[in-house]
Design a protein around this ligand. Structure first.
Ligand code: FAD
Length: 480
């Protein structure tokens, strides 16, 4: 008999529990990836991320072939077709067991329930492993057994719950004995089909898709940048963060591999909970926090705000302002430069994600859901839990939210985190001649020097909008 390994958001051959378990069975293994482009569309998957997934699948097929595991990529309409497809695959290849990792989003959980039911009716085993997080959702609880609502105590409990296993990622398993493969599997292994997909794609070649390169990137970051991470991570002009998010989002790299590497190089900083390496680990813990939150709050997957009373905030509906934000034409240089970085590269620096999210919600008074969607449509690292968590944090509708009365001033944020205006000038050539920090207030500088600028005037006045945002929140609070 044959075992089926079902790939989803875990596109890796190292530290892959499902793969290791399937291989440990001592039987032949067939791998499958079910590609549901309609679902991708419904989830606003960015074409640049689709491109990275497809490139990675080609690479993964090679990595698996070296283990004598053929990989089939099946394109289906939507999740409704998945259980039937897997069932017919099981019949076609005499499969007795199916292995995969848990996914915690609502649609994915429903899909898996249907699969579990269909397989159990045919007495086929369904084995799932927790591979997306270092500590699995449901295992980090308060003393009274509740889920945490804020990050800092979550982090403390998360750190206390680590075991030796948490620091020990699995390697790639040994190759399967080729003699176990029947004619059908051998033919798949020797004649892989081309991977077809009609989903729109945007070139992602600036991002790695090979294990070796990704792991090297993690090592280089840990060796040469982690120490300074605490001090430099907020400066968008510097290349001071790991840029591993796309790989973590797609499971091309596991969070456990990150923990193991940072611990290996910085055991002391981690133990003393101080310094750059620990700050970086905290970001990995943020990722876990948002995943745990999503797993226990299915309403987040339905588009609801975490803080129920904030559902009454009367967000405005203004296509013109939304377009100005999306296209980087708000007249606030830091916001515009960040939005161009996103559009042109598929990635945006974390400090700027906070700035533009605050600007959309508190200055333009538009719903965080508009921003959440735009980000998903353009990010190479689009990740439902982290994106939703980040947006709700910035909009003050989420857990651990910055209180609604604390509102970012985009100009002072820019002066603080891009003090010489280097980042802004790199993305807005029309402001390239404005020196230093004056680039953050270009019209003031231009008026003073009698220069005319080909750059929009601010679409809103921050001081006015700030008051309006407070009013909208106060009104919502009074309704509650
Ligand atoms: P590093 O600073 O090197 O951090 C290491 C890793 O930790 C990241 O790769 C990421 O996996 C994780 N991480 C870092 N910061 C956060 C955070 N605040 N929340 C959760 N995980 C974090 N991250 C995504 O991966 N996908 C998203 O769709 C996403 N959307 C966001 C939307 C908003 C509005 C905000 C404020 C943040 C969002 N983030 C998202 C979090 C963060 O901005 C990115 O993870 C980070 O910028 C990626 O760059 P990096 O890999 O260099 O991060």
């Amino acid at each position: 008999s044959t075992q089926l390994l079902w790939f989803r958001n875990d596109l890796r051959s190292k530290d892959n529990q499902a793969l290791s378990a399937a291989v440990a069975s001592g039987k032949a293994v067939l791998a499958v990836y079910t590609l549901c482009s309609k679902q991708w569309q419904q989830h606003d998957l960015a074409p640049i991320q689709a491109d990275l997934i497809l490139r990675r699948l080609t690479q993964l097929r090679e990595d698996l072939a070296a283990l004598n595991i053929p990989l089939l990529v099946l394109e289906l309409e939507g999740y409704q077709q998945v259980h039937e497809c897997l069932l017919s695959l099981c019949q076609q290849y005499q499969i007795t067991e199916v292995y995969c990792h848990y996914q915690y989003e609502l649609n994915e959980q429903r899909r898996d329930q249907a699969v579990e039911q269909a397989l159990s009716q045919q007495a086929i085993g369904f084995h799932r492993y927790h591979g997306e997080c270092i500590v699995r959702p449901g295992q980090v609880l308060t003393k009274s057994g509740e889920n945490f609502k804020v990050f800092t105590p979550f982090r403390k409990a998360w750190l206390a719950s680590l075991s030796e296993q948490s620091y020990s990622p699995l390697g790639s398993p040994k190759a399967i004995d080729k003699s176990l493969l029947n004619e059908q599997l051998l033919s798949l292994l020797n004649h892989p089909q081309t991977i077809n997909c009609n989903y729109p794609r945007v070139d992602s070649s600036a991002w790695n898709c090979q294990d070796q390169q990704i792991i090297q990137q993690l090592r280089d970051f840990s060796a040469s940048k982690a120490n300074d991470y605490h001090d430099l991570r907020d400066m968008p002009a510097l290349n001071a963060t790991s840029k591993l998010s796309a790989y973590l989002a797609l499971g091309m790299l596991s969070a456990r591999q990150c923990l193991a590497r940072i611990y290996l190089d910085h055991a002391e900083a981690i133990a003393s909970q101080q310094g750059g390496a620990f700050t970086w680990l905290s970001e990995i813990i943020w990722r876990e926090f948002y995943r745990h939150l999503m797993a226990v709050n299915p309403q987040l997957c339905k588009g609801s705000a975490y803080l129920t009373w904030t559902e009454s905030v009367s967000w405005q509906d203004d296509e013109h302002l939304l377009k100005a934000w999306q296209q980087g034409k708000t007249g606030y240089p830091i916001v515009d430069a960040a939005m161009l970085q996103l559009k042109q590269t598929g990635w945006m620096h974390n400090r700027l994600r906070m700035v533009v999210a605050s600007f959309l919600t508190k200055d333009l008074l538009l719903s965080w859901r508009d921003g959440e969607r735009w980000f998903m449509q353009h990010l190479i690292d689009g990740d439902f839990a982290s994106n939703n968590g980040g947006w709700q944090w910035a909009a003050s509708t989420g857990t651990d939210a910055q209180p609604y009365f604390r509102i970012f001033n985009p100009t002072t944020q820019a002066q603080r985190f891009d003090p010489d205006g280097e980042f802004v000038r790199a993305w807005l050539p029309e402001l390239a001649n404005i020196p230093g920090k004056h680039v953050h207030t270009p019209h003031t500088w231009a008026n003073k020097h009698g220069v005319s600028l080909n750059y929009p005037l601010p679409v809103v006045d921050h001081a006015v909008q700030r008051k309006q945002a407070l009013l909208l929140f106060e009104q919502a609070k009074n309704k509650a």
